[in-house]
Design a protein around this ligand. Structure first.
Ligand code: FE
Ligand code: CA
Length: 532
């Protein structure tokens, strides 16, 4: 299918409409068509996106890879309802949407015209199949100052490395939102030899390369009951990192043949499987950079309390410093051994997105929004792996793009929004940092706070003794923990931001308990996290 045709279909099917009766598909009956659950996302003051995806037959990854499949029809009509109450006595809007084979039988409905700062219930149905009832909410009205926002931020859920007990515990956190910061899927086949980590579970999928492969990977992950429950509890804001496509890819550069086509397939599958607006596709194609892009960098306001700037540090980044094209990225680089590291032309965001972030920081300063949250994929603060004067840095985090990081730091310093907090993931470790105006100058002022969350399931290969050594080498790092999996909760009020790091007893156990590793607070007007 032509990409433009696909985008036209996505925009048409996401419109919240009532189809005339003659346009409905013949219903399939006596089938379980919703094994992948539901989700909602991208809340605005008057609406949100509702998502589901239909699947018939055995779940990919749970049966041998060559098991024959019964394809669904090319178009199916799916009903949806939004109600004030869990029993759907008071339905506020409803309609039908088309689930098309061309979009993986995914359904996106962009609902509008609802009350601000309000919870709703929703469900989908087809034939005699009905989804479980789920909750979602709208954002507060512009100009209002909500007294509280509670959200979790989470990343990195490699299927075979852990169970998703963290998501069950999130149900007890009274969350308004979940922020997903990347590595929703991992593209790998199962390891051929026994791995260094404990296997939590297995799957039968091949390494993902085609659109069908990526669709299957999302289908498998989305069958997890604890993950589904977290999607049913509140809206999610989603971004991606590398493993939604390929480990350590950078822009249009990866390993193996036909990488741009592989990336385009992976991006389409991401759109299909996430509660994103259709503008993610249309604006992607409009040419914010590169071939067949999907636009995931976006802003989401919570009244005057907080604005999220969701960045995309993968799609537009330059190749890692001293990475040979077509080969894997170097793990670490040094300024002495790799002059390219310091090249000011290199960017992790791309020039257009850098300008877009700068513009957003200026808007936040002008509007007086209380908290500016720069939500992105990986650790932002410097981690020099050596004691000074020696230096070595990870090539794929912001440390691999130091000039670009300094431009963003200068933009935060110049625009000076009221409070700036960086959120990240990717490294499978909890890091809490004071963000300095210039990491090369330890005496420079603290201008922001950083909370980089650990993985909810993916293993870390870094020993805790090593994480602590790195923290000792970098005094702006207040906490570095590689040994625990989990998620973080942010409770944001006009007066303070509190981040609580929640960690699982044992990620291999689906019923694992949870505990608090540490809490940090940022006071309004006082940049930098303080331990509670
Ligand atoms: Fe990861
Ligand atoms: Ca990653």
């Amino acid at each position: 299918m032509q990409r433009r045709e696909l985008i036209r279909l996505a925009a048409a099917t996401a419109a919240a409409t009532t189809l005339p009766r003659w346009a409905w598909s013949d219903p399939l009956t006596q089938r379980e068509l919703f094994p992948l659950g539901v989700a909602s996302g991208a809340p605005t003051p008057d609406g949100f996106v509702l998502w589901t995806r239909l699947l018939d037959g055995p779940v990919p990854g749970t049966v041998p890879a060559d098991t024959p499949r019964t394809p669904l029809p090319s178009a199916l009509t799916v009903g949806w309802e939004v109600a004030e109450d869990e029993g759907f006595q008071n339905i506020v809007c409803s309609g039908q949407a088309q689930a098309l084979a061309a979009l993986g039988h995914a359904v996106h409905v962009e609902v509008a015209g609802l009350q601000p700062d309000h919870w709703y219930f929703y469900r989908f149905m087809h034939g005699d199949s009905v989804t479980q009832v789920a909750r979602t909410r709208t954002a507060p009205a512009p100009g209002t100052l909500p007294s509280r926002l509670r959200f979790a931020f989470v990343s990195c859920q490699r299927w075979e490395q852990g169970h998703y007990a963290g998501y069950r515990h999130m149900l007890d956190e009274e969350l308004d939102l979940v922020l997903f910061l990347g590595d929703y899927i991992y593209e790998y086949a199962m390891p051929k030899t026994p791995p260094s980590y404990t296997l939590a579970r297995t799957h039968t999928l091949v390494a993902a390369k085609t659109l069908g492969d990526y669709r299957d990977r999302y289908a498998l992950y989305r069958t997890d009951a604890q993950l589904q429950a977290a999607h049913r509890a509140c809206p999610w804001l989603v971004s991606w990192d590398d493993h939604e496509v390929q480990d350590d890819y950078a822009g249009l550069g990866g390993t193996g043949s036909a990488f741009p086509a592989r990336r385009a397939a992976a991006y389409q599958a991401f759109y299909e499987n996430m509660p994103l607006r259709a503008t993610a596709l249309t604006q992607g194609l409009a040419g914010l950079g590169t071939q067949d892009g999907v636009r995931i960098h976006d802003r989401h306001a919570w009244g005057q309390l907080l604005r999220f700037h969701m960045l995309d540090t993968r799609q537009f980044r330059d190749r890692q410093a001293c990475r040979v094209p077509g080969q894997a990225a170097p793990g670490t680089v040094t300024p002495q051994g790799c002059a390219e590291l310091l090249d000011p032309a290199r960017s992790i965001l791309g020039a257009d997105q850098e300008a877009w972030v700068e513009q957003g920081l200026a808007q936040d300063a002008a509007s007086g929004v209380r908290w500016t949250a720069l939500a992105q994929q990986t650790i932002f603060s410097r981690r020099n792996y050596q004691p000074l004067p020696a230096e070595s840095y990870h090539s794929s985090t912001w440390d691999g793009y130091p000039a670009c990081r300094q431009r963003l730091l200068d933009a935060v310093g110049d625009a000076a929004p009221r409070n700036t907090v960086f959120l990240g993931g990717d490294i499978h470790q909890n890091y809490v940092c004071k963000v300095l105006a210039d990491f090369a100058n330890p005496q420079s002022p603290v201008i922001a706070s950083e909370f980089c969350g650990t993985s909810i399931a993916s293993a870390s290969s870094v020993a805790q003794t090593r994480a602590q050594e790195i923290a000792d080498n970098n005094p702006h790092i207040l906490l570095a923990r590689s040994d625990r999996r989990g998620y973080a909760v942010a409770e944001v009020t006009p007066q303070q931001w509190t981040t609580t790091l929640r960690v699982l007893d044992d990620v291999i156990q689906p019923g694992s308990g949870i505990s608090t590793l540490a809490s940090f607070v940022v006071q309004d007007g006082v940049p930098g996290p303080q331990p509670v």
